[in-house]
Design a protein around this ligand. Structure first.
Ligand SMILES: NC(=O)C1=CN([C@@H]2O[C@H](COP(=O)(O)OP(=O)(O)OC[C@H]3O[C@@H](n4cnc5c(N)ncnc54)[C@H](O)[C@@H]3O)[C@@H](O)[C@H]2O)C=CC1
Ligand SMILES: O=C(CO)COP(=O)(O)O
Length: 343
């Protein structure tokens, strides 16, 4: 296969490495000439994946249309806030008739203002792409670990199972096991909203370190489980399958993002929990924490659909309304007592 990867951040480079190790032809595109120069000369991205050296024959370009020429599969791995522009550029390229590539989206997020999942943004901007060739790739998979060949399992989701299977074959290798799903809405929602729950989990770590609250593994288990119920409730309103939320893209990714030391979203929460402002935290980061914009978009979507999401609301108040973390935690823990509704 000839594969083009759009985005040379930590996750794009890692997925490209899988493509390369599976003996496919590979080209990377990035919008940044500085990244092309850095990666072509140093063969590593110290700011994002320190210690990981990529093959010297990796090809990088800022010319997207040249990178796409003759490709069978496009992997999109840019932050969600840039998806519309990147997808429009992809859509302005025309593949040969009958040779339209499968498009795989590994970005996690919900576009602010439109409530669109990433696959919906892409489908809207790419006239030659149809739903049956649009695949979402999501699950518990930190680039820091996959790039070092840590055993990992992930999901390729598409309404057309055959396309999901093509991606499963192309991306599975000795350390990456790819499952298929036809619930693309559920898989994308899980990947997006779990980042917001992970910020809440991070806040607990921050509070624990400050000693102001008694936080422990019990507390983390509670946030994971109630977070999953919230995600599932939103999914139900959007027609996703409830079982997806118990799978790799759901509970699996929730566990890794809420608990892992590699998580960017947990990191944001941890520093908020220690009393920093959002601007201060983001100023110190070199990679994207999707839970920040996704908190705004998820809250707006939940309000529109009349879905109750108290953890998302709490994260919103801590990030964007400068509410004191201790007050928000006390408030959410002291909410009206009720039955344990799953969704
Ligand atoms: N890093 C990880 O472990 C994982 C990340 N993801 C998701 O993958 C997506 C990308 O994440 P990372 O690779 O970590 O991000 P990153 O912050 O490391 O890199 C983003 C890359 O996107 C490109 N980019 C930056 N600005 C752009 C612009 N204005 N227009 C077009 N392209 C631009 C650049 O190549 C940049 O290096 C996110 O949605 C993230 O949630 C999913 C699973 C794992
Ligand atoms: O999606 C991810 C792991 O599956 C990455 O999460 P973070 O961006 O929080 O590191």
């Amino acid at each position: 296969m000839k594969v083009t990867v759009l985005g040379t951040g930590g996750w794009g480079l890692t997925l490209g490495q899988v493509v390369y190790e599976n003996k496919n032809e590979l080209t990377f595109w990035t919008n940044s000439q500085a990244e092309v120069d850095l990666l072509s000369t140093e063969h590593q991205y110290k700011d994002k994946l320190p210690g990981v050296i990529f093959p010297a024959d990796f090809k990088y370009t800022t010319d997207m249309h040249a990178a796409l020429e003759g490709c069978d599969m496009v992997l999109i791995v840019v932050p969600s806030q840039f998806m519309a522009g990147v997808a429009a550029n992809l859509g302005s390229w025309t593949p040969a008739k009958g040779k339209e590539p499968i498009v795989v989206c590994a970005t996690k997020g919900i576009l602010e203002g439109t409530d669109q999942l990433m696959s919906e943004v892409i489908l809207e901007k790419v006239p030659w792409l149809t739903e049956d060739k649009m695949v979402a790739f999501s699950g518990p998979s930190h680039a820091e670990e996959v790039s070092r060949h840590v055993l990992t399992a992930i999901v390729a989701a598409c309404v057309n199972e055959d396309s999901a299977k093509v991606v499963q074959q192309a991306m599975s290798c000795s350390y990456l096991r790819v499952y298929t799903s036809t619930d693309i809405v559920g898989v994308e929602l899980c990947g997006s909203v779990k980042n917001v729950i992970a910020i809440a989990s991070g806040v607990l770590y921050g509070l624990e370190a400050g000693g102001k609250f008694k936080i422990g593994d019990n507390t983390r288990a509670a946030i994971l489980t109630r977070g999953q119920a919230e995600m599932c409730r939103l999914g139900k309103a959007l027609g996703a399958k409830p079982e997806t939320f118990a799978g790799l893209a759901g509970m699996g990714d929730l566990i890794v993002t809420c608990l892992s030391q590699h998580s960017r979203n947990r990191y944001v929460g941890e520093h908020i929990g220690k009393g920093e402002t959002l601007d201060q935290v983001l100023a110190g980061m070199k990679m994207i924490a999707e839970g920040v914009p996704t908190c705004r978009s998820t809250r707006a979507l939940a309000k529109k659909l009349g879905v109750e999401m108290p953890i998302v609301e709490a994260v919103y108040q801590m990030l964007f309304e400068n509410r004191k973390v201790e007050d928000v935690v006390k408030e959410i823990w002291g909410r009206e007592l009720k039955a344990e509704n799953w969704a």
